[in-house]
Design a protein around this ligand. Structure first.
Ligand SMILES: [Mg+2]
Length: 387
């Protein structure tokens, strides 16, 4: 029996970090914007299409990017915002897609094989893209093809903010006019070797005999031949959510100072609580870990009512700490971990007055997003127990 025709969609948010920055600050729209590390030592993580016109690209040292495009605006959003949007897009896809893989924070493969009996995969992908744009306002492009490799290249061709379907049987024709380094894995060395052989475009590869390619390039030559024919057998790996959120801190100096340890514990619990809310999750289990200077490591966990509230997490963490800590012994490392994560929507009715509390935390976290995560810690300690 012939195996069914495969259909794989590759969806990729366009210059994702920059798009999020523009949503948060519409005055950035249409400007050369770079998201990345520091001016002196950082690298470009994403840049707007306006900045690309000046030759700026991802992974370029910031210093060089600013030489090419001195008027670029540097943005450095909080990871919380990016993961919140990424989560949102993931949820929209998860609600619709039979099988999908989250390849990175802004990139997805969706396997639609076998679905063509029930709907047109192309129309389906167009509708999904429209839904994502309508709900999140983020530009996203997709490529639809018979395998992952072609789908990803099709997305590249479709960008920005477009889509492209490479129909079954058209793979070779689609690839032929593209430069050979369009294939991932063709580095400078291979590229030069190919040029010496007179291979500039993907179509040129197929003018060679496969044995000659193998002689010149080894196994890679055989791979390249198959790729040029449009063949790729990678499968879509189904996506699983992160199972826990945790943080650890190794102290500069070992400490047995109870006040210091508790303060650190509260600070770390607030940090994981913040991450939890940014991911729009509730937790049902909290654990803490203590490591002593001799590297003896102990941990203890407890199940709790599903919550996202610091004022429920902190007492649980403190209580665990008192049960676990051997008083007077210096501590080298402290860790806090939340697990049994679940979505808000499913468990929203499990606790009192969720709306009011959620809004209050949202206000707090918005300030944290704006001014950095430490902004509210002082106030939080003073007002302990009141939220
Ligand atoms: Mg992207």
């Amino acid at each position: 029996m012939q195996s069914p025709q495969r259909y794989i969609a590759h969806m990729d948010l366009d210059s994702f970090f920059v798009s999020v920055e523009v949503l948060n600050d519409p005055s950035l729209k249409g400007k050369a914007v770079i998201v990345g590390g520091s001016r002196e030592r950082g690298v470009v993580s994403t840049c707007s299409y306006e900045a690309r016109k000046f030759g700026v690209h991802s992974a370029m040292p910031m210093k060089k990017a600013l030489q090419l495009c001195p008027h670029a605006i540097l943005a450095r959003g909080t990871r919380g915002e990016y993961s919140r949007y990424s989560r949102w897009v993931t949820d929209i896809i998860a609600a619709k897609a039979p099988l999908f893989e989250k390849a990175s924070i802004d990139e997805f493969y969706i396997d639609l094989t076998g679905m063509d009996k029930y709907f047109d995969p192309y129309q389906w992908a167009i509708a999904l893209r429209e839904e994502i744009i309508e709900k999140t306002q983020l530009p996203i492009s997709f490529g639809l093809a018979t395998n992952k490799m072609i789908a990803k290249i099709a997305t590249d061709m479709a960008k920005p903010n477009g889509y492209l379907f490479v129909q079954p049987g058209m793979e070779q024709t689609f690839l032929a006019p593209m430069p050979v380094n369009k294939f991932s894995g063709v580095g400078e060395h291979t590229h030069n070797a190919l040029k010496e052989m007179g291979i500039f475009f993907i179509g040129d590869i197929l003018k060679f005999n496969i044995n000659d390619l193998e002689k010149k390039l080894g196994k890679w030559g055989v791979d390249l031949y198959a790729k040029a024919q449009g063949m790729h057998h990678g499968t879509v790996h189904s996506y699983h959510e992160a199972k826990s959120i945790s943080t650890e801190n190794t102290f500069q100096e070992n400490s047995a100072d109870m006040e210091f340890l508790l303060r650190e514990l509260v600070r770390m619990t607030e940090r994981v609580g913040y991450e939890l809310r940014q991911d729009q999750k509730l937790t049902g289990c909290i654990a803490i870990k203590i490591r002593y200077p001799d590297f003896e490591t102990t941990s203890r966990q407890t199940t709790i009512n599903f919550t996202f509230s610091d004022d429920e997490l902190i007492p649980a963490a403190i209580s665990l700490f008192h049960q676990l800590y051997r008083k007077g012994k210096p501590v080298r490392l402290l860790g806090v971990r939340l697990s049994e994560l679940t979505n808000h929507a499913l468990q929203g009715s499990l606790f009192d007055n969720p709306e009011k509390k959620l809004n209050l935390y949202k206000a707090i976290d918005d300030v944290k997003n704006k001014y950095g995560k430490t902004a509210l810690q002082k106030a939080r300690v003073v007002k302990k127990g009141s939220i």
